[in-house]
Write a protein that binds this ligand. Structure first.
Ligand SMILES: [Zn+2]
Ligand SMILES: [Zn+2]
Length: 276
């Protein structure tokens, strides 16, 4: 079994309207390409901030700019016009857990992907005026804050899968790295994932970013696997061509660390299926 759950039906572009992308024909294109690439379990996880409902959770400038679409219409479209699993990529916003819970609990997801994209008001993966690196100059501070947020996201009870679990490395050599052994940052995150009973996402999206490496780093994956954390496999595709992107590398990495099963979700219940 191969999965691709953390999939977007459209690019991260404000003008990518539901009318153009949330269509049976577009879902069919995704299904066809995924099948050609051996993906049996395909699901979508649109960014929560693309929906107006998210503005009740947080009113960050970026969310106000992007939050235009109707969340229930998205759910209805996926359930009624496609055979895809229904997921959502929800940000972890500290202090807003109750509001996020209200939004999530009102809909019947197959899985919720939890993401840390922001540290306070500042973004981890946006190279613009919101970029955290313009405000926090020490890599130790950025990495500490990122992994603290990630640990909180794992134990807050909102999410089934912790996505791109070392997104902070996205810029690769474009930002300074902490001098410490990076396992210092990974360890509390792994403990939190274990405590929270969540799956860790192995995401090939990192291969397409400046860092050029799968999320998580090998040493981090090894720690998670040793701790017995279930692994969920995804590409974070935003176009059909990115479905199952780099899966040969991902499967090789997983096998190297002895992973034999991956997580499959339905109505927020997790079960394990043989990898491959
Ligand atoms: Zn993300
Ligand atoms: Zn995503």
């Amino acid at each position: 079994m191969l999965t691709d759950y953390h999939v977007h039906l459209r690019p991260d572009d404000q003008d990518a309207s539901p009318g153009r992308y949330f269509t049976a024909a577009n879902a069919d294109r995704y299904r066809t390409v995924a099948s050609e690439r051996g993906i049996a379990e395909l699901g979508v996880a649109e960014h929560i901030y693309r929906f107006t409902a998210a503005l009740d959770v947080w009113d960050h400038d970026l969310w106000r700019r992007y939050g235009r679409d109707d969340l229930d219409a998205y759910c209805e479209f996926v359930r009624e016009e496609t055979d895809l699993k229904l997921g959502i990529e929800a940000d972890f916003i500290p202090g807003r857990e109750d509001r996020m819970a209200n939004l999530l609990e009102a809909r019947e997801w197959d899985y919720v992907v939890g993401s840390v994209h922001f540290l306070g008001e500042h973004a981890v993966d946006f190279d613009d005026e919101t970029d955290i690196w313009r405000y926090e100059m020490s890599p130790e501070r950025v990495w500490t804050r990122y992994f603290e947020a990630l640990a909180e996201s794992a134990t807050c009870g909102l999410f089934d899968i912790i996505s791109h679990p070392d997104l902070v490395k996205i810029w690769g050599k474009g930002r300074p790295a902490p001098e410490k052994d990076l396992r210092y940052y990974y360890e509390p995150a792994v403990e939190a994932m274990l405590e929270g009973g969540v799956a860790m996402e192995v995401s090939t999206a990192g291969l397409r970013k400046p860092v050029g490496e799968i999320y998580p780093a090998p040493a981090y994956l090894e720690m998670a696997v040793d701790a017995g954390i279930p692994i969920a496999l995804s590409s974070d595709a935003h176009i059909t061509d990115h479905l199952a992107f780099g899966y040969d590398k991902a499967v090789e990495l997983l096998e190297q660390y002895g992973v034999k099963e991956i997580a499959v979700f339905e109505k927020r219940e997790r079960r394990m299926e043989p990898l491959g």
